[in-house]
Design a protein around this ligand. Structure first.
Ligand code: ATP
Length: 341
């Protein structure tokens, strides 16, 4: 439904110009939750603004639902934009209007009759879980509630695509999860395509079907979320994945172990699907005369399934350790040697 073909967006002229988006081609399917992750300056905001026609590409084209967003203007562009809504990190609500009035605002602009505006707003208030708060002002709401108003307002014109620009970055972890659950529910109930940009892998893990990793204006990696978590290819992707699979405490534990027991081999095991439940570790200890220290264990649930990681320190004869690693590989557990002393 969304096609980006050879999109480049340059700001400025001559040698000082910046390619904020550099030759990006990608497709996003109908009903998909598609995440774009990257560090600050990677080009995510520019890319998302190209999807709703707020920016026009320097070259290439953007097609949404058969309409070439990058080639239309005026009334046609305004109509196309109504099918692509957006929510923002800082909510962008009208502070002098109540919850209900904020939600009705885009309908007012679209010239919808008052009775229909009221009916639609009531439906949306119910959908986003704000019943009882319709007459509150934004200043009387929590961050999560404000974003619920933002979502309801974005849905007022029955869009086909919802763009989320760091929509949970200003929220605490618990509220983030409740908003991500709401977005998943909306995607499933309304079949809405959702494109989100974020710098947090947690957001990608929790709700996205596929992810694109951006660096310096380019998409450097793209794939199903579970696959990208299991086998990240690029070093930037590995860094993002480790935000979740190797928390800071694990890195500290590894450093501590290296100092305390400077011999041995540190390995990371990756288990997928049913293998997360097999007693591989027990049989490893039974079969081989080595000491096994557990440094960190973690099971990550993604939209496409679960996978587990386990970091172990193996201490003993180098040859036996080699055989133990081979044994794990034969059991279909992916192993990666982190350090070998
Ligand atoms: N209107 C503009 N004029 C000039 N340069 C711009 C403009 N918008 C973005 N840029 C530049 O394009 C590059 C990509 O910016 P962009 O905001 O798209 O990245 P981002 O990944 O969204 O980062 P952030 O999360 O910090 O917004 C940056 O170098 C930025 O300075």
């Amino acid at each position: 439904m969304i096609h980006l073909t050879d999109i480049t967006k340059r700001f400025g002229e001559g040698p000082d110009s910046i390619s904020a988006v550099d030759n990006v081609t990608l497709e996003i399917a109908d009903g998909e939750i598609f995440g774009i992750i990257g560090y600050s300056g990677a080009g995510k905001s520019t890319l998302i603004r190209l999807l709703n026609g707020l920016e026009m590409p320097t070259s290439g084209h953007v097609t949404i639902g058969g309409r070439k967003i990058s080639a239309i203007k005026g009334k046609e562009l305004r109509e196309a934009r109504q099918k692509v809504s957006m929510i923002f990190q800082h909510f962008n609500l009208l502070w002098s209007r109540t919850v209900k009035e904020n939600i009705m605002f885009p309908l007012e602009i679209a010239g919808v009759r008052k009775a229909d505006r009221e009916r639609k707003a009531a439906e949306l208030i119910d959908l986003v879980g704000l019943s009882g708060r319709e007459n509150a002002y934004p200043s009387e709401l929590s961050g999560g509630q404000k974003q619920r108003v933002g979502i309801a307002r974005a849905l007022a014109n029955d869009p086909e695509v919802l763009l989320c620009d760091e929509a949970t970055s200003a929220l605490d972890p618990e509220t983030t999860d409740s908003i991500l659950n709401l977005l998943t529910e909306i995607n499933e109930r309304l079949g809405l395509t959702i494109v989100l940009i974020t710098h947090e892998m947690h957001v990608i893990r929790k709700i996205c079907h596929r992810v694109a990793v951006m660096e310096a204006g380019k998409v450097v990696e793209i794939g199903d979320v579970l696959k990208v978590f299991q086998e990240p290819q690029e070093s930037i992707t590995k860094r993002f994945v480790s935000q979740i699979t190797e928390p800071v405490e694990a890195k500290q534990a590894i450093e501590h172990l290296k100092e305390e027991i400077p011999s041995g081999t540190l390995i990371k095991l990756v288990f997928v699907g049913e293998r997360t439940e097999q007693p591989v570790l027990a049989s490893l200890i039974r079969e081989f005369t080595i000491d096994v220290n557990i440094v960190q264990g973690n099971i990550t649930h993604t939209h496409g399934g679960a996978y587990g990681t386990l970091i172990l320190q193996l201490v003993g004869d180098a040859e036996v350790i080699g055989k133990a690693i081979q044994y794990l590989n034969e059991k279909d557990v992916r192993t990666e040697v982190i350090s070998n002393v």
